[in-house]
Design a protein around this ligand. Structure first.
Ligand SMILES: NC(=O)c1ccc[n+]([C@@H]2O[C@H](COP(=O)([O-])OP(=O)(O)OC[C@H]3O[C@@H](n4cnc5c(N)ncnc54)[C@H](O)[C@@H]3O)[C@@H](O)[C@H]2O)c1
Length: 273
Protein backbone atom coordinates (compact mmCIF):
# COMPACT_ATOMS: atom_id res chain seq x y z
CA UNK A 1 0.00 0.00 0.00
CA UNK A 2 1.33 3.46 -0.82
CA UNK A 3 1.98 5.77 2.10
CA UNK A 4 -0.65 8.56 1.99
CA UNK A 5 1.66 10.83 4.00
CA UNK A 6 4.40 10.65 1.36
CA UNK A 7 5.34 13.71 -0.70
CA UNK A 8 7.78 11.70 -2.79
CA UNK A 9 7.85 13.07 -6.37
CA UNK A 10 5.32 15.82 -5.62
CA UNK A 11 6.25 19.03 -7.44
CA UNK A 12 6.07 21.97 -5.05
CA UNK A 13 6.42 25.65 -5.96
CA UNK A 14 7.50 27.68 -2.92
CA UNK A 15 7.56 31.50 -2.93
CA UNK A 16 9.99 33.34 -0.65
CA UNK A 17 12.10 30.18 -0.76
CA UNK A 18 15.29 31.84 0.53
CA UNK A 19 13.74 33.12 3.77
CA UNK A 20 13.49 31.53 7.21
CA UNK A 21 10.41 29.38 6.60
CA UNK A 22 10.85 29.08 2.82
CA UNK A 23 14.36 27.64 3.07
CA UNK A 24 13.31 25.28 5.88
CA UNK A 25 10.41 24.01 3.78
CA UNK A 26 12.47 23.70 0.60
CA UNK A 27 15.06 21.63 2.41
CA UNK A 28 12.52 19.35 4.08
CA UNK A 29 10.45 18.76 0.92
CA UNK A 30 13.67 17.87 -0.94
CA UNK A 31 14.66 15.56 1.91
CA UNK A 32 11.28 13.81 1.58
CA UNK A 33 11.83 13.19 -2.14
CA UNK A 34 9.72 16.06 -3.52
CA UNK A 35 10.79 18.33 -6.36
CA UNK A 36 10.89 22.04 -5.62
CA UNK A 37 10.55 25.16 -7.74
CA UNK A 38 12.24 27.61 -5.38
CA UNK A 39 11.10 31.18 -6.14
CA UNK A 40 12.40 34.34 -4.52
CA UNK A 41 12.67 38.03 -5.37
CA UNK A 42 16.32 37.87 -4.32
CA UNK A 43 18.29 37.17 -7.48
CA UNK A 44 21.14 35.26 -5.90
CA UNK A 45 20.86 32.15 -3.80
CA UNK A 46 23.47 31.87 -1.03
CA UNK A 47 26.15 29.29 -1.79
CA UNK A 48 25.62 27.42 1.47
CA UNK A 49 21.87 27.17 0.79
CA UNK A 50 22.41 25.75 -2.70
CA UNK A 51 25.00 23.33 -1.32
CA UNK A 52 22.64 22.17 1.44
CA UNK A 53 19.78 21.63 -1.02
CA UNK A 54 22.07 19.88 -3.50
CA UNK A 55 23.56 17.57 -0.88
CA UNK A 56 20.75 15.02 -0.90
CA UNK A 57 19.41 15.54 -4.42
CA UNK A 58 22.59 16.12 -6.45
CA UNK A 59 20.89 19.36 -7.50
CA UNK A 60 18.49 17.56 -9.85
CA UNK A 61 15.32 17.93 -7.82
CA UNK A 62 15.07 21.68 -7.55
CA UNK A 63 15.26 24.72 -9.74
CA UNK A 64 15.71 28.28 -8.56
CA UNK A 65 13.60 31.04 -10.13
CA UNK A 66 14.16 34.77 -9.73
CA UNK A 67 10.50 35.57 -9.16
CA UNK A 68 8.99 38.78 -7.87
CA UNK A 69 5.44 37.67 -7.10
CA UNK A 70 4.17 41.19 -7.88
CA UNK A 71 5.22 40.71 -11.53
CA UNK A 72 2.86 38.80 -13.85
CA UNK A 73 5.70 37.96 -16.27
CA UNK A 74 7.94 36.60 -13.47
CA UNK A 75 5.15 34.37 -12.18
CA UNK A 76 4.33 33.04 -15.66
CA UNK A 77 8.03 32.31 -16.19
CA UNK A 78 8.31 30.42 -12.87
CA UNK A 79 5.37 28.22 -13.91
CA UNK A 80 6.84 27.69 -17.38
CA UNK A 81 10.28 26.78 -15.99
CA UNK A 82 8.78 24.51 -13.32
CA UNK A 83 6.63 22.61 -15.81
CA UNK A 84 9.56 22.37 -18.26
CA UNK A 85 11.71 20.86 -15.49
CA UNK A 86 9.21 18.59 -13.71
CA UNK A 87 6.12 18.29 -15.94
CA UNK A 88 3.49 19.71 -13.54
CA UNK A 89 2.92 21.63 -10.29
CA UNK A 90 1.20 19.62 -7.56
CA UNK A 91 1.48 22.11 -4.72
CA UNK A 92 1.82 25.89 -4.45
CA UNK A 93 3.06 27.23 -1.11
CA UNK A 94 2.31 30.96 -0.86
CA UNK A 95 5.00 31.82 1.66
CA UNK A 96 6.61 35.10 0.49
CA UNK A 97 5.61 38.15 2.51
CA UNK A 98 6.91 41.36 3.97
CA UNK A 99 6.99 40.81 7.73
CA UNK A 100 8.49 43.24 10.26
CA UNK A 101 11.05 41.33 12.30
CA UNK A 102 11.94 41.61 15.96
CA UNK A 103 15.12 39.56 15.76
CA UNK A 104 18.72 40.83 15.69
CA UNK A 105 18.29 42.51 12.27
CA UNK A 106 15.02 44.25 13.20
CA UNK A 107 14.15 47.64 11.70
CA UNK A 108 13.79 49.56 14.96
CA UNK A 109 12.48 52.80 13.41
CA UNK A 110 9.46 51.17 11.78
CA UNK A 111 8.81 48.83 14.69
CA UNK A 112 8.71 51.82 17.06
CA UNK A 113 5.96 53.50 14.98
CA UNK A 114 2.53 53.71 16.56
CA UNK A 115 -0.59 53.10 14.47
CA UNK A 116 -1.49 56.79 14.13
CA UNK A 117 1.93 57.56 12.63
CA UNK A 118 2.32 54.43 10.53
CA UNK A 119 3.47 55.44 7.00
CA UNK A 120 0.83 54.73 4.37
CA UNK A 121 3.49 54.09 1.71
CA UNK A 122 4.77 51.18 3.82
CA UNK A 123 1.23 49.85 4.04
CA UNK A 124 1.03 49.99 0.24
CA UNK A 125 4.34 48.07 -0.10
CA UNK A 126 2.98 45.29 2.09
CA UNK A 127 -0.32 45.22 0.20
CA UNK A 128 1.61 44.93 -3.09
CA UNK A 129 3.52 41.83 -1.94
CA UNK A 130 1.33 40.17 0.69
CA UNK A 131 -2.01 40.62 -1.09
CA UNK A 132 -1.54 41.51 -4.78
CA UNK A 133 1.59 39.38 -5.18
CA UNK A 134 -0.09 36.37 -3.60
CA UNK A 135 -3.00 36.75 -6.01
CA UNK A 136 -0.71 37.16 -9.06
CA UNK A 137 1.35 34.01 -8.39
CA UNK A 138 -1.78 32.04 -7.50
CA UNK A 139 -3.45 33.05 -10.77
CA UNK A 140 -0.38 31.88 -12.71
CA UNK A 141 -0.15 28.52 -10.94
CA UNK A 142 -3.90 27.86 -10.92
CA UNK A 143 -3.97 28.18 -14.73
CA UNK A 144 -1.51 25.28 -14.85
CA UNK A 145 -3.43 23.31 -12.22
CA UNK A 146 -6.63 23.67 -14.27
CA UNK A 147 -4.83 22.28 -17.32
CA UNK A 148 -3.51 19.34 -15.26
CA UNK A 149 -6.87 18.75 -13.59
CA UNK A 150 -5.53 18.79 -10.02
CA UNK A 151 -3.69 20.98 -7.56
CA UNK A 152 -3.14 21.94 -3.96
CA UNK A 153 -2.54 25.44 -2.56
CA UNK A 154 -1.15 26.13 0.92
CA UNK A 155 -1.26 29.76 2.06
CA UNK A 156 1.07 30.80 4.84
CA UNK A 157 -1.04 32.79 7.27
CA UNK A 158 -0.11 33.95 10.77
CA UNK A 159 -1.70 34.09 14.18
CA UNK A 160 -2.21 37.74 13.19
CA UNK A 161 -4.56 36.49 10.48
CA UNK A 162 -6.75 35.36 13.38
CA UNK A 163 -6.15 37.58 16.41
CA UNK A 164 -4.63 40.99 17.12
CA UNK A 165 -1.01 41.14 18.24
CA UNK A 166 -0.52 41.33 21.98
CA UNK A 167 1.72 44.41 21.85
CA UNK A 168 3.12 43.53 25.31
CA UNK A 169 5.19 40.91 23.49
CA UNK A 170 7.18 43.70 21.83
CA UNK A 171 7.92 45.76 24.95
CA UNK A 172 11.49 44.68 25.63
CA UNK A 173 11.85 46.98 28.64
CA UNK A 174 14.42 49.15 26.85
CA UNK A 175 12.44 52.36 27.19
CA UNK A 176 11.55 52.34 23.47
CA UNK A 177 8.32 50.45 23.07
CA UNK A 178 8.02 48.48 19.85
CA UNK A 179 4.82 47.47 18.08
CA UNK A 180 3.89 44.82 15.59
CA UNK A 181 2.99 47.10 12.68
CA UNK A 182 -0.49 47.29 11.24
CA UNK A 183 0.54 46.61 7.61
CA UNK A 184 1.33 43.02 8.50
CA UNK A 185 -1.90 42.47 10.39
CA UNK A 186 -4.04 43.99 7.63
CA UNK A 187 -2.41 41.99 4.86
CA UNK A 188 -2.37 38.69 6.76
CA UNK A 189 -5.99 39.07 7.84
CA UNK A 190 -7.26 38.35 4.36
CA UNK A 191 -5.64 34.91 4.17
CA UNK A 192 -8.30 32.82 5.96
CA UNK A 193 -11.11 34.18 3.81
CA UNK A 194 -9.11 34.08 0.58
CA UNK A 195 -8.29 30.47 1.47
CA UNK A 196 -12.02 29.73 1.79
CA UNK A 197 -12.71 31.63 -1.43
CA UNK A 198 -10.17 29.60 -3.42
CA UNK A 199 -11.16 26.33 -1.72
CA UNK A 200 -14.80 26.71 -2.70
CA UNK A 201 -14.13 28.30 -6.09
CA UNK A 202 -11.91 25.43 -7.24
CA UNK A 203 -13.28 22.45 -5.27
CA UNK A 204 -15.02 21.08 -8.34
CA UNK A 205 -11.75 21.42 -10.32
CA UNK A 206 -9.96 19.06 -7.95
CA UNK A 207 -7.86 21.90 -6.49
CA UNK A 208 -7.63 22.15 -2.70
CA UNK A 209 -6.65 25.24 -0.71
CA UNK A 210 -5.72 25.41 2.98
CA UNK A 211 -3.66 27.68 5.18
CA UNK A 212 -1.13 27.27 7.97
CA UNK A 213 -0.77 29.88 10.72
CA UNK A 214 2.65 29.65 12.36
CA UNK A 215 3.78 31.84 15.24
CA UNK A 216 7.04 32.93 16.81
CA UNK A 217 9.72 30.85 15.12
CA UNK A 218 12.97 31.37 16.99
CA UNK A 219 15.60 33.15 14.90
CA UNK A 220 18.22 34.85 17.07
CA UNK A 221 15.67 36.82 19.09
CA UNK A 222 16.88 38.65 22.19
CA UNK A 223 16.58 37.09 25.65
CA UNK A 224 14.01 39.77 26.52
CA UNK A 225 11.82 38.83 23.56
CA UNK A 226 12.11 35.12 24.32
CA UNK A 227 11.16 35.77 27.94
CA UNK A 228 8.14 37.91 26.95
CA UNK A 229 7.04 35.22 24.52
CA UNK A 230 7.35 32.49 27.14
CA UNK A 231 5.07 34.43 29.53
CA UNK A 232 2.33 34.92 26.92
CA UNK A 233 2.43 31.51 25.24
CA UNK A 234 0.48 28.53 26.64
CA UNK A 235 3.40 26.26 25.75
CA UNK A 236 5.80 28.76 27.32
CA UNK A 237 8.26 28.92 24.44
CA UNK A 238 8.89 29.93 20.85
CA UNK A 239 8.72 27.45 17.99
CA UNK A 240 11.80 25.70 16.65
CA UNK A 241 11.94 26.11 12.89
CA UNK A 242 11.66 22.34 12.33
CA UNK A 243 8.32 22.26 14.18
CA UNK A 244 6.64 23.95 11.23
CA UNK A 245 7.52 21.19 8.77
CA UNK A 246 5.09 18.38 9.68
CA UNK A 247 1.86 20.33 9.06
CA UNK A 248 3.11 21.48 5.62
CA UNK A 249 4.09 17.93 4.61
CA UNK A 250 0.68 16.70 5.79
CA UNK A 251 -1.31 19.33 3.86
CA UNK A 252 0.83 18.74 0.77
CA UNK A 253 0.28 14.99 0.96
CA UNK A 254 -2.70 12.87 -0.04
CA UNK A 255 -3.30 12.13 3.68
CA UNK A 256 -5.19 15.47 3.79
CA UNK A 257 -7.19 14.79 0.61
CA UNK A 258 -10.57 15.67 2.20
CA UNK A 259 -9.29 18.91 3.75
CA UNK A 260 -9.97 22.19 2.02
CA UNK A 261 -10.77 25.71 3.21
CA UNK A 262 -9.15 25.29 6.64
CA UNK A 263 -6.47 27.14 8.57
CA UNK A 264 -4.22 24.94 10.68
CA UNK A 265 -2.60 26.82 13.58
CA UNK A 266 0.95 25.89 14.58
CA UNK A 267 1.24 28.38 17.39
CA UNK A 268 1.89 26.58 20.68
CA UNK A 269 -1.66 27.47 21.71
CA UNK A 270 -1.23 31.25 21.21
CA UNK A 271 -4.73 31.66 19.75
CA UNK A 272 -6.30 29.18 22.18
CA UNK A 273 -6.60 31.66 25.06
N1 LIG B 1 8.84 33.80 11.06
C1 LIG B 1 7.74 33.66 11.78
O1 LIG B 1 7.80 33.49 13.01
C2 LIG B 1 6.39 33.68 11.11
C3 LIG B 1 5.24 33.57 11.91
C4 LIG B 1 4.00 33.58 11.32
C5 LIG B 1 3.88 33.69 9.94
N2 LIG B 1 5.01 33.82 9.18
C6 LIG B 1 4.82 33.91 7.74
O2 LIG B 1 5.72 33.01 7.12
C7 LIG B 1 6.08 33.49 5.84
C8 LIG B 1 7.59 33.52 5.72
O3 LIG B 1 8.11 34.27 6.78
P1 LIG B 1 9.66 34.28 7.12
O4 LIG B 1 9.75 34.55 8.57
O5 LIG B 1 10.32 33.08 6.56
O6 LIG B 1 10.11 35.59 6.34
P2 LIG B 1 11.51 35.94 5.66
O7 LIG B 1 11.56 37.43 5.63
O8 LIG B 1 12.62 35.20 6.32
O9 LIG B 1 11.34 35.38 4.19
C9 LIG B 1 10.51 35.97 3.25
C10 LIG B 1 11.07 35.68 1.88
O10 LIG B 1 10.17 36.24 0.92
C11 LIG B 1 10.95 36.87 -0.09
N3 LIG B 1 10.15 37.89 -0.76
C12 LIG B 1 9.83 39.13 -0.30
N4 LIG B 1 9.15 39.81 -1.22
C13 LIG B 1 9.00 38.99 -2.29
C14 LIG B 1 8.42 39.12 -3.56
N5 LIG B 1 7.86 40.27 -3.95
N6 LIG B 1 8.46 38.07 -4.41
C15 LIG B 1 9.06 36.91 -4.04
N7 LIG B 1 9.67 36.73 -2.86
C16 LIG B 1 9.64 37.76 -1.99
C17 LIG B 1 12.16 37.43 0.64
O11 LIG B 1 13.23 37.68 -0.25
C18 LIG B 1 12.44 36.32 1.65
O12 LIG B 1 13.35 35.37 1.13
C19 LIG B 1 5.43 34.85 5.70
O13 LIG B 1 4.24 34.70 4.96
C20 LIG B 1 5.13 35.26 7.12
O14 LIG B 1 4.04 36.11 7.21
C21 LIG B 1 6.24 33.82 9.74
Amino acid sequence: MTNPFSVQDKVVLITGAFGLIGSTLTESFLQQGAKVIACDVQSIIADDMRKKWSAFTEGKHFIVCHTDIRQIADCAEAVRAGVAAFGRIDVLINNAAIDAKFDAQANDALNATRFEQFPVDQLQKSIDVNITGLVVITQAVVKQMLVQGFGNIINVASTYSLVAPNQRLYDMGTGTIQYKPVDYVITKSMIPNLTRYLATFYASDNIRCNGIAPHGIFNQHSDAFVANFAKLSPMGRMSERDEIIGPFLFLASDASSYMTGTIVTVDGGWTAW
